[in-house]
Design a protein. Sequence first.
Length: 795
Amino acid sequence: MALFVAALLIYAATRLIGLADFPIYFFSDEAIQAVSAAELIRDGFRNSDGLLWPPYFKNYAVWNLSLSVYLQLLPARLLGLSVLVTRLVSVWVGLLGMAAVAGTLRNVFRARGWYLSVLVLAATPAWFLHSRTAFETAEMVAFYALFIYCYLLYRTRSPRYVYPALVFAAAAFYSYSNGQAIIGVLALALAVVDAPYHWRVVRGGAGEQGSRGAGENSAPLLPRSPAPLLLFLALAALLAWPYLRFRLAYPTDLAYHLRSLDSYWFRDIAAADKLAEFARRYLYGLSPAYWFQPNDHDLIRHRMGESLGHMRVVFLPLVVLGVVVAVGRGLRKSPGATHFPEWVAPSGVNSDPSATHFPEWVAPEGDTLEPAQGATHFRKWVAPERGAPERVAPAAAYRVVLLALLAAPVGAALVDVAITRVLSVVVPVTLLIGIGIDWLLTVVSGQWAVGSETAEPTPRSSPATRPAPLATHHPPLATHHAPPATRHAPLATRLSTLIFILLALMSLGTLRYALAEGPRWYSDYTMGGMQYGAAQLFALIEQRLAADPATEIILTPNWANGADMFPRFFLSDADQQRVRTLNVDAFLAEPRPLTPDMLFIMMPDEVERAQASGKFAAVAVEETVAYPDGRPGFLLARLAYAPNVAEVFAAELEALRQPVTETITLDGQPVTVTHTRFEAGQLADLFDGDTFTLVRHIAGNPVSYSFVFDAPRPVGGLAADFGTMDVGLTVTLTPPDGAPVTITQEFRGLGPDPHVEMPFPGAPPLVAEMTVEIRDLNAGEDVKIHVRELRLTSE
């Protein structure tokens, strides 16, 4: 236990020292957890749609935050919002997961060196990095570990552990959107694989090591009180209700979420190709090449420099060994440990040869009692290295670990592999490392003794020296018995101590590497890289706002995702009103009010664009915020328009409003389309049958499309999808010979992203040209109209 405490202190040090400084970024996905919690308290525990105690919170366009927000409630209320406090919540939850991994190895697998798992996790690069952030993926991983631990206790100790297992499964499910797929797949697999055990428990069994037993060879038991089953079903319904409530309120959000992540499942490819793509990504998420070698697949802000993979390569042999041991033992009916063919029943244990089980020691799955050997002998699986009459974990426990590993990449494979989506792999992999270490220490302790003149096999303790089992329904926790009489400690003890020292040095070395060298691992500190600067900029912003009550900050959003979240995290309500997230391009695109009190925080390339535009008479830089490598990162400047800027803007606007002509194929026919210029998107997005894609026009109301068909065709109507607005449509149909026909229709009171259908009564039989004019009925000329889909109908 002393070594466990030492390992725990080392782990805590590697997470708490410099927590606010590493990772060097503070990401908007971290800030939004605490901001959502603070705003939930402020708004009377209702979300932005007025839903009381909401099951999910909106992360910009997607509802994908849940339990991680509730975990921040108390810290946000008591301690306020800060980088340190927000990350501390994730660290403490991660500590629970670490303890669950160690507890699994100690109390389920009876593993020697179980405490080493703490240092394995401390030294694992991917877990080191992400467990120091407030990303919800770290909390999901911790709850995943707790679920596995409690399920294994249910499977090997007592059915009552199914209740905490269910709670932690739900916690993992709600912590991170990717956890939904992982928990769903693993729960289904465990329900099927362990179905015989579940059925025996329902019929009245008490667990693998319980006093009545529910092992593979347990006789069918008469049904007991239905209360435990009813409690389980009630708890399951209670935990599922928030998700069902959310799906009823937002039925399309899941599909939208996957679409927003560009999942290949929504692409127009064959089902076989989708399955092949799933298999490829799934296998990559488990591959040693992804985990143990440095890669450029993940964004640099999710990697620990160029020299480290997500896991240390020195762990790979132990992982392989753990997999071999787990597969070997998991496929056997019996537990697969070394056993004594006979064991003398200790005093106090029922030795009646006619007994079907003993009060304390139940024959494990795959074993049978052998009364023929005498009243005081029966076969017993034990943990040989301790000499105590304890069997190792049953085969089912190893199967659970392997299934947990196989389930971990499922969610990522639906979209694409990223370390945040497959981080839960570290839990079963660490368990496998612990199993591998235990196997090594067991082999060493069983083969050699150190200190004698000749190395001879270490003798097992005799039956007379074995301690009697405790009078409990659970086997006693494993303890090391006195070693054989040798002049030196056993080799296994020396080996475990050496591993402890190496892992401790590795863990502390990882901390030093991160704090000392992490800021300069990569040279890209912009949005595509480290997104550095939140804490540094807002410390400066607070100083500037306090120094001059008239100052207004114009903060560029181009350096980080969701930069508009940071004022809500770092600033008071009053100061938030004096900060706008807007870059200089907005002042270059159109004339805006510009005063000397406006202090722009710009990136170097934005300063260069402003100076080269000719629209500003002055770009006066007052201060520079450097990147960690010393290069200029942000510049604080005041701007003033040039005297002739109005004429410059007018000329630009006239040029932008010139229509664009393109050719596209519709219904197999070439069509020339002349349209108002797009600010985003492309013409093909309007005719791909996918309302998720769209175009955004430059400012202008109305916008127009002119179609010239290669050959005249019938056009009986128009179906269209738009961004949210009330829309007016004017369509002019020109036949090959004859006068044009104009049809106008208004659509008011529409909901979000409306779909409209407009028939063309009296349309010419054939149309050579068609013009469509689209107007936002509730906006002026400066609105930017969004069009999702256009479809010409024949009838």
